[in-house]
Ligand binder design. Sequence first.
Ligand code: SAM
Length: 303
Amino acid sequence: MLTVDQPKGEVMDEFTADGPNAGQIEYWNEDSGKRWVEMGDIIDTQIAPLGEAAMDGSHAKIVSGERILDVGCGCGQTSLELAKRVGTTGSVLGLDISAPMLGRAGERAVEAGLGNTEFIQADAQTHTFEGPAFDLAFSRFGVMFFSSPVDAFSNLLSALRPGGRLTFVAWQELGRNPWMLLPVSAAMKHLPAGDGPPDPHAPGPFAFADRDRVGGILRDSGFENITLESYEKNLLMGGGGSLDETAKFLAHLGPASRLLQGSDAELRTQVMDDIKRAIEPYHGEDGVRMGCATWIVSANRPL
Ligand SMILES: C[S@@+](CC[C@H](N)C(=O)[O-])C[C@H]1O[C@@H](n2cnc3c(N)ncnc32)[C@H](O)[C@@H]1O
């Protein structure tokens, strides 16, 4: 386990890219994880309101002194927010498969002086938890990448005390998220046609777009009191900035970046120009503002 007092990276040697999520482990430890570290502050500025909406109000119902598991915690911004909310009598364990992102999370916890935060490199689907220790399993966009969501959520349920809560935020469909749709459309224009439409349930950012499917997965994993609330918001893309900066940011994040993996500089420039044209109508005084649609999902482990 990587604690805030230990040098970052100490735990990483023990973790290898195998098991049912080997492809995701490779993906989040290579270019993508490194990109998230480089752009982490900008990404956080953009999506912080979505995580906070799930933490606050009637969703996560966080109480001081609680023990929280942050699933797919990435660079740790939500872990630190959760740690502030539970206070010094509570604690947060951030769990993720990505060594570079966990390294950044550990640094941030040290910078913030938050001694009630620990991080572990582990696969949420297969990790053996020490017992039903957590009051809440939380996630901001970290639970849509499992090869077997029912196995993963059954495992997370085993980490919760009876009556414990699950709260996470996940994207609704691509068409309801123009900030990802426009860059994907720009990239597809320049790439050879694939073998038909992609599997909408394949692990990835939109795997939980279908609310009935999410409800079914959680029921089959043993959860009850399952609710999905639609949460929509206009976000400042890339934390604000010029059209060029925003187009670059959008090309480097999410499904567009997956499509552009391995492509040459010329093609990237063409895609970036198309993205710029597509987002221009959304450009205002403080930068590009575009709509997004998420589900805030809540459930309980039965008593
Ligand atoms: C879209 S990023 C979100 C990161 C972070 N929650 C945030 O909001 O900034 C998805 C995260 O899920 C992690 N992840 C993917 N599959 C995972 C798994 N099986 N177990 C744990 N973490 C996983 C990735 O490494 C990545 O950090």
